[in-house]
Design a binder for this molecule. Structure first.
Ligand code: SF4
Length: 315
């Protein structure tokens, strides 16, 4: 049965996801998961979320999708020892070296290769399987036939983002924010935070969404160019994704309000359940109408967050 995975930036979001019908919720480890502190979780809240979800027969997946330097690897090991004792079910990683550590030292925890790994073909999936991943998140633009091929030939679970915002570059490969903040410092645990680098414990300031000036060939400046950064909701392809054997359908967005995320999860829960029951004959139109109302609230929340990040980038 396909799994519905949703995002828990806070404990209240975890509750909303569970109530909305998610089978699993992913949360981010504080300082290690590419988000503001308010949308990451300290160890105590991860334990509380794990207990809450397990009591309801649901799973918890923890994102540690930053790239550590050698002197941060022992900090990672200590985190994993703690998480294994809670226990957690899965860990989302980007770094192949860390995947190997989890595979060898914490075999009870499943490794999921993050969307930040940029898995764009069968051979990428094979590579991450060798590193220790039992599930891979495919790149957002991957065609259905490629998804099916990975599922059939690689022998790993396949996760597809049904709601996400695609970056101008591939997710996880952008370095634009690094140019806005050069400073870095360690936190109380010794983990380093490079403020403008999400890959190194800092933030994406969404500066692709500021207005850029672009020089044309003739030397003219074109003003007000905003790079594409589009959100999408996959609806019509859900029956085909289920039929292709996709393991997990994921709703991305750890910074939405609990009410909004709960409604998104509930919408996908009902749609997926109907697709499982009736296959390709499902009438998507009523779901689409409901989505339009949700989408305008989603856009308003994201625009507000984007403004505040861009303001912070220019401080
Ligand atoms: S700056 Fe834009 S393209 Fe780069 S990671 Fe952030 S949202 Fe994506």
């Amino acid at each position: 049965m396909v799994e519905l995975l949703a995002s828990g930036g806070t404990f209240e979001m975890v509750q909303a996801c569970a109530e909305g019908g998610a089978d699993a919720v992913y949360v981010g480890a504080l300082g290690w998961s590419r988000r503001r502190r308010e949308y990451e979780m300290d160890d105590e809240t991860i334990k509380r979320s794990a207990d809450f979800l397990h009591e309801r027969g649901k799973k918890i997946r923890v994102a540690i999708n930053t790239l550590p330097a050698s002197d941060e690897v022992d900090l990672f090991r200590r985190k994993m020892e703690k998480f294994a004792s809670f226990p957690i079910d899965d860990v989302i990683l980007t770094d192949p070296g860390l995947m190997r550590i989890v595979k060898e030292e914490f075999p009870e925890i499943k490794v999921h290769a993050s969307v930040g790994c940029t898995i764009v073909n069968l051979y990428d999936a094979l590579l991450y399987k060798d590193a220790g991943a039992s599930q891979v998140v495919t790149e957002c633009r991957m065609p259905l036939d490629d998804i099916r091929e990975i599922r059939e030939k690689v022998g790993v679970g396949v996760e597809v983002l049904v709601h996400a915002t695609t970056c101008y570059t591939f997710l996880g490969r952008c370095t634009m924010s690094s140019y806005t903040k050069f400073e870095h410092s360690p936190d109380e645990t010794g983990k380093k935070h490079f403020r403008g680098s999400p890959n190194r414990g800092g933030l994406c300031y969404r500066i692709c969404l500021t207005e850029w000036e672009v020089r044309q060939d003739g030397g003219e400046w074109e003003k007000s160019v905003v790079l594409p950064n589009t959100a999408y909701f996959i609806f019509d392809d859900i029956p085909a994704l289920i039929e292709a054997g996709v393991t997990t359908l994921k709703i991305q967005g750890r910074e939405y309000s609990p009410g909004l995320v709960g409604e998104m999860v509930s919408l996908y829960r009902r749609l997926i359940d109907e697709c499982i029951e009736r296959g390709k004959g499902v009438d998507i139109r009523p779901y689409r109408e409901e989505l339009e109302r949700i989408q305008s609230r989603r856009d308003a929340e994201r625009t507000e967050k984007t403004r505040s990040l861009i303001r912070e980038a220019t401080l």
